[in-house]
Ligand binder design. Structure first.
Ligand code: GLU
Length: 283
C-alpha cells in the first residue's frame, strides 16, 4: 500500500477560524497516526481575494496550534509545487487532456441566463443552481479549441448517474449527476482554473492518498470523482469533517470574526482549548 500523504490546503482570503483549526488538526492527526507526510498547499487562484498576508497568518496560526507539515513553501523546497498561482502551465495541460477527451465545453452563460432558464431548479441550500442541460452546446462543438481563451469552461456531467463513495468519517455517500449537481466550472474566463480542476490535478500530482477537509465539500467530491475518472487516475480516500456551527446553527465563515484564531488567541485561549473545548465555552 502507498504510504500515507495528506495535505492542508487553505485559501488565503481571510484569517483561519475554529472550523479550519479543528479540520486541519484532524488532518495532521490522521497523517501522524499513519506515519505519513503532510503537505501545505496555498490555494491562491482567486487573485482578487487572496493575500500573502493571510498565507503568513495561516501558517503562524497553525504553528501556534502545534500543527506541523513536512512539505510546503516555507520549508525550503521550491515554491511552485505548493502555491497554486505558480502552477498555471500544469493546470493548462490538464485542461487540454480533459478537452481532448470531449469532457469540456466553453460557456458564456451568465448567472442570469441560468436563472432565466425554466429548467434550472433552485437548490434549497447554498448550492449553486444546477446548470440547465438546455444551455449546453452540441457534443462536438468547439472540439478544435487549443486553449481555453477568455471564456469559462464547464465539465459535462453524465446525467442521471449516481456517483458514490465511502467517506472515512461520514460513511457512504451518493449524489446524482444532473440532479444534485450540474455541469460545473473547470476553467474561468480570467485565465485561471476553477477549484475543482486545480484541486484534483494537485492532489494527484502531489501523491495525496487521503483528503481530509470540511463536510461542505462532500458534493464537490462527487464532481471531483468524475474528473479523476475522466483523466484515468485513481482517486484518493476522503475524510470529511463535520462542520462546526455557531450558536445560531450557522456555519462558521471566515468573515465570522467571533471565532477566528486571531480573536481566540487575543482572548487568551490556549491551543488545547481551541482544539478540544466545547464550542460554547469559546465564545
Ligand atoms: N482551499 C479550500 C478551502 O480553503 C479547501 C479545498 C480542499 O480541501 O479540497 O476551502
Amino acid at each position: 500500500m502507498a504510504s500515507y500523504r495528506g495535505r492542508l490546503a487553505p485559501t488565503p482570503t481571510g484569517r483561519l477560524h475554529l472550523g479550519h483549526a479543528r479540520t486541519f488538526a484532524l488532518a495532521a492527526q490522521r497523517c501522524r497516526a499513519a506515519h505519513g507526510q503532510l503537505i501545505y498547499r496555498t490555494e491562491d487562484l482567486d487573485q482578487a481575494r487572496c493575500q500573502q498576508a493571510f498565507t503568513l497568518a495561516a501558517q503562524d496560526d497553525l504553528h501556534w496550534l502545534g500543527i506541523e507539515w513536512q512539505e510546503g513553501p516555507d520549508i525550503g523546497g521550491p515554491h511552485a509545487p505548493y502555491q497554486q498561482s505558480a502552477r498555471l502551465e500544469f493546470y493548462l495541460s490538464i485542461w487540454k487532456q480533459l478537452h481532448a477527451t470531449g469532457h469540456l465545453y466553453p460557456c458564456d452563460k451568465s448567472r442570469q441566463d441560468v436563472a432565466r432558464s425554466l429548467q434550472a431548479p433552485h437548490a434549497e441550500d447554498d448550492r449553486e443552481p444546477i446548470f440547465p442541460a438546455a444551455l449546453r452546446p452540441a457534443l462536438d462543438a468547439h472540439l478544435g479549441a487549443t486553449d481555453p481563451g477568455k471564456t469559462n469552461w464547464r465539465f459535462r456531467v453524465p446525467d442521471g448517474e449516481v456517483i458514490t463513495f465511502q467517506d472515512q468519517l461520514q460513511g457512504p455517500q451518493a449524489f446524482t449527476a444532473g440532479k444534485d449537481f450540474g455541469d460545473f466550472l473547470v476553467w474561468r474566463k480570467d485565465g485561471f482554473p476553477a477549484y475543482e480542476l486545480a484541486v484534483v490535478a494537485d492532489d494527484h500530482a502531489m501523491g495525496i492518498t487521503e483528503v481530509v477537509r470540511g463536510a461542505d465539500l462532500l458534493l464537490s467530491t462527487a464532481r471531483q470523482k468524475l474528473i479523476y475518472r475522466a483523466l484515468g487516475w485513481d482517486a484518493p480516500a476522503w475524510a470529511h469533517a463535520s462542520l462546526i456551527l455557531d450558536a445560531q446553527g450557522q456555519r462558521l465563515a471566515k468573515r465570522h470574526d467571533g471565532l477566528s484564531l486571531q480573536t481566540l488567541r487575543a482572548r487568551g485561549k490556549t491551543p488545547q482549548e481551541v482544539l478540544t473545548a466545547p464550542i460554547a465555552s469559546l465564545w
